[in-house]
Design a protein around this ligand. Structure first.
Ligand SMILES: [Zn+2]
Length: 127
């Protein structure tokens, strides 16, 4: 995620003047302008890996789109949230947080989170 490498093959993610390519579940019904300002936990993808990802990822079978984002700052991380109410920290569930949040110190991070900006939803792009 930090280096914008493809989530499938680890090579460079596809990048054009329109932005870096992401393959996402289709949630265009969630809000007008989706996925603008959405936090993503999945790294971008290269065009060659789109068909394989569509074939193997169960979540994408419900509907998927490719998105080009021109802005994609790192905004936080995700992982296992813990509570400090007991003598030892205890896991209470998955969470996403910003780097600045007081909650951040209670999360055992498993990945970075980027925010997608200046997005363009495209027809499924594949090579
Ligand atoms: Zn790839």
């Amino acid at each position: 995620m930090r280096q914008l490498l493809c989530q499938v093959c680890g090579g460079p993610a596809d990048r054009t003047e329109a932005g870096v390519l992401w393959l996402l579940q289709d949630h265009r019904q969630d809000w007008v302008g989706w996925p603008e300002a959405m936090a993503v936990t999945e790294p971008p993808i290269c065009r060659a890996c789109v068909p394989l990802s569509l074939k193997l990822c169960p979540a994408l079978r419900k509907g998927a789109v490719t998105v080009r984002a021109q802005g994609y700052p790192l905004v936080g991380f995700h992982g296992q949230l813990h509570t400090g109410a007991d003598l030892f920290p205890r896991a209470v569930g998955k969470a996403i947080t910003t780097f600045e949040s007081p909650t951040a110190r209670w999360i055992l991070a498993t990945g970075l989170v980027r925010e997608l900006r200046s997005c363009l939803v495209t027809a499924l792009e594949a090579r």
